[in-house]
Design a protein around this ligand. Structure first.
Ligand code: 13P
Length: 254
């Protein structure tokens, strides 16, 4: 594998109260204490639990991510959260364009692009999610869909630090279904993504940035996925909600 440090990120989605977030981060930190892992570890609690996750993560190697960010810095935008707010709450990462946002909340490539721009401006590391649906895969459209999500999401965005820009390939059919992409299927898309990013942002950038895989990652399949040349870690949903399961993936991904 190239010299890219993997990232294991837990997307908690709409789970965990502040008290539960504190417990979970504390348990993950305890499982990591005294050992050195080859990967970066990130958790993404819901907004209301960010502060307690950040407090519990203080002095540990665990980073905290928001699950979304709005592109304006402040104003009359009920229900939205700005990059500055995430930053001052202690986040260093932010998930953008998750398929659940695209499916249920009207997120488009253009809104994703604007959010990525805001994240870069606030020096938050975006975890830019993209991926095809089952219908798109079966229609042979996977690479076209990925290319357009990537190109449109990055239009006019020029991140300059490859270590502070992350993409997550999450095939929609593998999310929460127990149906993981095979390492070959995932590697094929990751290699394609890296080539496309090379064309957009330069080969040196593409070589150094991390591309995560997401979709039913568990300790039992993490090793085979992470062993693929272009897979640099995982974005984990269900299995990140329990410290033992998540620690199992951290061990396999290191
Ligand atoms: P699961 O790991 O539950 O399939 O969710 C993946 C995901 O959507 C992470 O963002």
């Amino acid at each position: 594998m190239a010299a890219r440090r993997p990232i294991i990120a837990g997307n908690w989605k709409m789970h965990k109260t502040p008290e539960e977030a504190k417990e979970l981060v504390t348990a993950i930190a305890a499982g990591m204490a005294g050992k050195s892992f080859g990967c970066e570890v990130v958790v993404a609690p819901p907004f209301t639990s960010i502060t307690s996750a950040v407090a519990a993560a203080a002095g540990t190697p665990i980073g905290v991510a928001g699950q979304n960010v709005y592109w304006e810095d402040e104003g009359a935008f009920t229900g939205e959260i700005s990059g500055g707010m995430l930053k001052s709450a202690g986040c260093s990462f932010v998930i953008i364009g998750h398929s659940e946002r695209r499916q249920y909340f009207g997120e488009t490539n253009e809104t994703v692009r604007r959010r990525i721009e805001a994240a870069v401006r606030w020096n938050l590391v975006p975890i830019f999610c993209l991926g095809e649906t089952l219908e798109e895969r079966e229609a042979g459209e996977t690479f076209n869909v990925i290319r357009s999500e990537l190109t449109e999401g990055l239009r006019g965005v020029r991140p300059d630090d490859p270590l502070r820009f992350v993409i997550a390939y999450e095939p929609v059919w593998a999310i929460g279904t127990g149906r993981t992409a095979s390492p070959e299927q995932a590697q094929e898309v990751h290699a394609f993504l890296r080539r496309e990013i090379g064309g957009l942002l330069g080969e040196g950038f593409a070589e150094r940035m991390r591309i995560l895989y997401g979709g039913s990652v568990k300790a039992s399949n993490a090793k085979a996925l992470m062993a693929c040349e272009d897979i640099d870690g995982g974005l984990v949903g269900g299995a990140s909600l329990n410290a033992e399961d998540f620690l199992g993936i951290i061990r396999e991904g290191s």
